[in-house]
Design a protein around this ligand. Structure first.
Ligand code: GLY
Ligand code: MN
Length: 394
């Protein structure tokens, strides 16, 4: 008989983007730990490695149980060597109290089973579920706590200051790589040792490559540079994108396009609130883009017809934004922000995960689906505590 589980387990070898849930539960950001949560007893235990003094001589100490306890809000911190015994005791107490022969342990990844399963009792006692925990974790992670919002704000403050530092030096720079170096150097110097994703510093035509990361071309002869770069603070991401005039002044044309994007952004930021369907904000941004491009004479015809044809996607092909949290493209919870309205483009590296892209046909479909008034049902709605980017572009 199946025994409803009261126990969740996760294991952590190093803090890659896929194991951010480990940090979410445990507050530990070093390797070779595990975390267990016994829901019935509300007992969250962080299991940490013991560092041999010879290891410590070369690589330094890992935090002690006392240090971990003082830094996190877990119920207890123990050495990981004791974990198999804890699990064995847990399993036998579960089967004794429920009279059932099977107990389910929920884990996040099939590649991270509990240690020494052969030690955990005879076959049939332990059932490992590798699919149910992930959606539950994502649903929890998508609504941010006050502490998490403070960490994201701190990351944003560092990024904003680093962007300003770039701006003050830009006229003296000669190559994209100097922009990346200054941005990253500034973040490191103020304590944000990692960026949330690979820095994008694209000048001239490179600015049109959404995830350009070569950052090694000259600035001479180019008008604008896009700096899309964000620091990380306590493992929480920020994501800030700005277009800067390389010579210090916008040309008339550069300013005109900059102002269109600024208008899209400010209008969406004014409109955003809990209960809104994010995908509607995307359509709203597109509506502004089309009307402004008509005013500039770049598009010709009727705004309604252009929107219905989806032509705007040729200028603004990416989704308006995404969740931000422990990952820069953070988990979506039960429903994706853009609800699969576009195609998901896979990441090539650098920490930037998938983003939603729109072909003109898809944009036209979205427009036709009646999203313009924001009342269409079945679309993901924003909730209090979610943190999302608003990043239109052209
Ligand atoms: N800011 C880059 C991205 O979200 O893909
Ligand atoms: Mn982004």
């Amino acid at each position: 008989m199946h025994n409803p589980s009261t126990f969740h387990g996760l294991r952590h070898t190093h803090l890659t983007y896929s194991t951010r849930s480990f940090y979410y539960l445990s507050g530990a950001d070093f390797a070779d730990c595990a975390v267990t949560y016994d829901i019935a007893r509300d007992n969250l235990i962080l299991w940490i490695p013991y560092t041999d003094p010879r290891q410590a001589l070369w690589f330094g100490k890992t935090p002690s149980p006392e240090e971990c306890k003082s830094r996190t809000s877990v119920s207890d911190v123990r050495y990981i060597i004791e974990l198999p015994r804890y699990l064995r005791r847990y399993l036998s107490s579960r089967s004794a109290s429920s009279g059932s022969s099977t107990t389910t342990v929920y884990i996040l990844h099939p590649s991270q089973p509990p240690p020494h399963p052969e030690f955990l009792g005879s076959r049939g006692i332990l059932q490992i579920d590798t699919v149910s925990l992930q959606p539950a974790m994502d649903a929890a992670r998508v609504i941010k706590s006050t502490w998490e919002i403070a960490a994201i704000r701190r990351a944003n403050a560092v990024s904003s200051a680093a962007h300003r530092a770039v701006l003050t030096r830009l006229k003296k720079m000669t190559n994209e790589r100097e922009i990346e170096a200054l941005f990253r150097g500034y973040c490191i110097a103020v304590g944000a040792k990692k960026t949330a994703y690979g820095t994008i510093a694209g000048a001239g035509p490179n600015a049109a490559t959404l995830h350009y990361d070569a950052n090694n071309e000259p600035l001479a002869g180019r008008q604008l540079v896009v700096l899309d770069a964000g620091a990380e603070w306590s493992c929480y991401a920020s994501d800030v994108t700005r277009t800067l005039p390389i010579g210090g002044k916008f040309t008339k044309e550069g300013k005109a396009i900059y102002s269109v994007v600024e208008k899209m952004q400010e209008s969406c930021i004014r409109a955003i609130r809990p209960g809104f369907q994010f995908v509607w904000l995307h359509v709203h941004a597109m509506t502004i883009a089309v009307s402004e491009l008509l005013k500039l004479g770049i598009l010709k015809g009727s705004a309604k017809e252009i929107l219905a044809a989806g032509t705007g996607a040729a200028f603004f092909p990416h989704g308006l934004g995404h969740h931000v949290g422990l990952e820069v493209h953070d988990v979506s919870g039960r429903e994706r922000l853009m609800v699969g309205a576009g195609v998901r483009v896979k990441a090539r590296g650098g920490g930037l995960g998938k983003r939603e892209m729109f072909s003109p046909e898809m944009m036209a479909g979205l427009y036709r689906a009646g999203m313009v008034d924001g009342r269409g049902e079945g679309r993901a709605k924003l909730e209090k505590g979610m943190v999302v980017t608003v990043e239109p572009g052209m």
